[in-house]
Design a protein around this ligand. Structure first.
Ligand SMILES: Cc1cc2nc3c(=O)[nH]c(=O)nc-3n(C[C@H](O)[C@H](O)[C@H](O)COP(=O)(O)O)c2cc1C
Length: 364
């Protein structure tokens, strides 16, 4: 019996298996509004047989977008546009839907990857960026405005508003983006946070604003629905957050009823030495899972179904999130099921293609 294909309950939401489609920015929105691309992208991934579709980093205010083309959930128009995509996809899929709520902080207002790299100045449709301290991400990047308490209150209200929009859209799961050097992650990291007030310095101080964001979401999000956090297991730099600090942050979130962790790493500054390879972030997920007892997903270069199965079956993590593997092979869960001897439900229109057993080996 495959463990990867066992269901898992997160509050009242049941994921039919442990395969999560990792959040992936598409840089294809207009004024934060999901486009036809999202209809195709989310729609087809929701036919994949995964256990959860986690929609890309979705900005809670316009200045929180990474690029001008990023998805948002901060206006009635952006709510309606995402609502249309979810409604259509749900006509053909009962896969639970998650939204990753995000604020890009000092890494906002950049060019889309295929137009970049580079920052977009306010005169060109960009905007001034904000962060914990007036320290640019790297040379040539804009100096963020140090956030005042009023800025924090505005951002908290934006997270709350976005969570309420998720309620209206019938979203099943919210994941707070607390990784990769974006706003929440930058508050946690001593690389980006050099404040001398109660939001900087000790880990407890650096956690204060991130925990406030979580608490606002927990309050706005229905009790029957899971709220999780993507966090950095490490910044991969001596002057960044360490695995022990990541665990302490996760424990603080667990005490506030965080329902799952999604453990990633990096993105708080250049010069990180990342020993990237299959499952390179799994040990951080295992540490968080063991220290908190909260369901945890591992992510990062998990491509082989056997590897995914081993991670879940040996208890290194409870779920695996697959990013590029899903883009490369949108039927990854079908193929994993076939390899691991599990029968997966597929749309009736595709039933005749659900197994590769009838295809001669030369056709594979
Ligand atoms: C095109 C693309 C877009 C991404 N966008 C996001 C995002 O919106 N939020 C996030 O937390 N991570 C994002 N990531 C990181 C992925 O979620 C994932 O953590 C990373 O790609 C490693 O997993 P993989 O090796 O399975 O791709 C993105 C990755 C890719 C390739």
């Amino acid at each position: 019996m495959s463990k990867l294909f066992e269901s898992i309950d997160l509050r009242q939401v049941t994921l039919p298996n442990r395969i999560v489609i990792a959040p992936m920015c598409e840089f294809s929105a207009q004024d934060g509004c999901a486009s036809d691309w999202h209809m195709i992208h989310i729609g087809h991934l929701m036919l994949s047989g995964a256990g959860l579709m986690m929609i890309e980093a979705t900005a809670v205010e316009p200045q929180g977008r990474i690029t001008r083309e990023c998805l948002g959930l901060y206006s009635d128009e952006s709510e309606a546009a995402l609502g249309r995509v979810i409604e259509v996809a749900r006509k053909h899929s009962d896969m639970p839907v998650g939204v990753q709520l995000s604020h890009a902080g000092r890494k906002a207002s950049t060019l889309a990857p295929w137009d970049g790299p580079g920052h977009v100045a306010p005169a060109d449709g960009g905007w001034p960026v904000i962060g914990p301290s007036p320290l640019p991400f790297a040379e040539g990047w804009p100096v963020p405005e140090e956030m005042t308490r009023a800025d924090m209150d505005r951002v908290l209200a934006a997270f709350e508003d976005a969570a309420r929009r998720c309620v209206r859209l019938g979203v099943d799961v919210i994941e707070l983006h607390g990784a990769h050097g974006y706003l929440v992650s930058s508050f946690l990291s001593p690389i980006a946070n050099r404040r001398t007030d109660r939001y900087g310095g000790s880990l407890n101080n650096r956690m204060t604003f991130p925990l406030e964001v979580f608490e606002v979401l927990r309050e706005a999000w229905p009790k029957d629905r899971p709220l999780g956090v993507r966090l950095n297991g490490t910044d991969w730099r001596d002057d960044g957050i360490t695995p022990a600090e990541a665990v302490a942050f996760a424990q603080a979130l667990a005490r506030r009823s965080c329902d799952f962790f999604d453990v990633s790493s990096g993105g708080n500054g250049l010069g990180a030495k990342i020993p990237s390879g299959p499952g390179y972030q799994v040990p951080f997920a295992t540490q968080v899972k063991e220290a908190t007892g909260v369901p945890t997903m591992a992510v990062g270069l998990i491509r082989s179904p056997y590897h995914a199965e081993a991670i879940v079956a040996t208890g290194q993590a409870d779920m695996v999130a697959i990013g590029r593997g899903m883009l490369n092979d949108p039927r990854w869960p079908w193929h994993a099921a076939e390899i691991l001897g599990h029968r997966i439900r597929v749309p009736p229109q595709y039933e005749r293609a659900a197994t590769q057993a009838d295809i001669p080996s030369w056709g594979r």
